[in-house]
Write a protein that binds this ligand. Structure first.
Ligand code: HEC
Length: 306
């Protein structure tokens, strides 16, 4: 009886975890002629995504991958986004890229680890994804093979698949009645492209973002860095920052008290957010002022209590 139940359970898990059939890939024909307007829109979108700096290793070529990303689960290495046909995105179709970004599944059917924030990019529009790929295709190809992750069992693809099946919520953001366009634009930027929450929201069991603590700060953000509370809570968040404070910060990395920001935040500003239009930065500020304030004092481990 018990054995039977175990067998059914094991079988169930095995079926649940079976690889998804790879989408039939159209034969790689001649590369589409680059559309300069799409390339420049795509470059802007890449900036809005923080410049994708996680894909640039300190000593490596821009966007050629290989950067170690330390997480509580192990070290994962980012991949090559340049159009090298063998080691980068050279032979990816638009459909491949859209599926990777929106569903977390590669062209050959392998599942990605959520250290790649497809959990946010899933909300991007197909048009924006096509433009982003058009820009990536315009880069100089760099040959740089992927490095294997150093995460024990959690580096196995089957772990990525289990995670995706259990926790991933795909799909675009809906429209919220009564909210102005600028707010919707800000939400799209924050929640889809700029993926602020991937660093600023604490993660619970299995590395899942804690929805109740959205943007309320994470002690162990990527690369082990502390990412502060950016909800509008007066005491523990950025409730005292004005909108111009926030847009100035996203342009320069300077906080209202004159301090400059460090680490990953300074990278995503320099290679990304600083290049956004005033209108887009204003929309980000408008949206951030509207998220529920969460009282959550984020402190580095070992720092004194209140
Ligand atoms: C790759 C991770 C990452 C992403 C993406 C990211 N941040 Fe940050 N952010 C950080 C880290 C780490 C810090 C702390 C930097 C420091 O200590 O100087 C920080 C600091 C900040 C601060 C300073 C808060 C304070 O109290 O000092 C603000 C504001 C901020 N981020 C807003 C944003 C917004 C808005 C976005 C999206 C548009 C964003 N961040 C995206 C990692 C990130």
């Amino acid at each position: 009886m018990l054995l039977g139940a175990v067998a059914v359970l094991v079988l169930g898990v095995a079926v649940w975890l079976r690889p998804e059939a790879a989408t039939p890939r159209p034969a790689a024909g001649p590369a589409p002629a680059p559309d300069p307007a799409a390339v420049s829109r795509g470059e802007y979108l890449l900036r809005a995504a923080g410049g994708c700096t996680c894909h640039t290793a300190g000593d490596g070529a821009s966007l050629a991958g290989g950067r170690p990303l330390e997480t509580p689960f192990g070290v994962y290495y980012s991949t090559n986004l340049t159009p090298d046909p063998e080691t980068g995105l050279g032979d990816w179709t638009d459909a491949d890229f859209i599926r990777a970004m929106r569903e977390g599944v590669g062209p050959d059917g392998t599942d990605y680890f959520p250290v790649f924030p497809y959990t946010s990019f899933t909300r991007m529009t197909q048009d924006d994804l096509r433009d982003m790929l058009a820009y990536l295709r315009s880069l100089e190809p760099v040959r740089a093979p992927a490095r294997p992750h150093e995460a024990g069992v959690l580096g196995w693809r089957v772990a990525a698949r289990a995670w995706r099946r259990a926790f991933f919520e795909p799909g675009p953001l809906g429209v919220e009645a009564g909210r102005p366009d600028a707010w919707h634009r800000g939400r799209y930027l924050v929640e889809a492209l700029a993926h602020c929450g991937e660093c600023h929201t604490p993660r619970g069991l299995a590395g899942r973002l804690d929805a109740r603590m959205h943007l309320a700060g994470s002690v162990e953000g990527p690369e082990g860095e502390l990412a502060p509370n950016i909800t509008p809570d007066d005491e523990t968040g950025i409730g005292s920052w004005s909108r111009p404070d926030l847009t100035w910060f996203l342009q320069t990395g300077l906080k209202p008290d004159g301090d400059d920001t460090q680490g990953l935040m300074s990278e995503v500003i320099e290679h990304g957010y600083a290049h956004l239009s005033d209108a887009d930065l204003g929309s980000i500020a408008e949206y951030l002022r509207s998220v529920p304030p969460v009282r959550h004092r984020v402190r580095a481990p070992g720092a004194g209590a209140d």
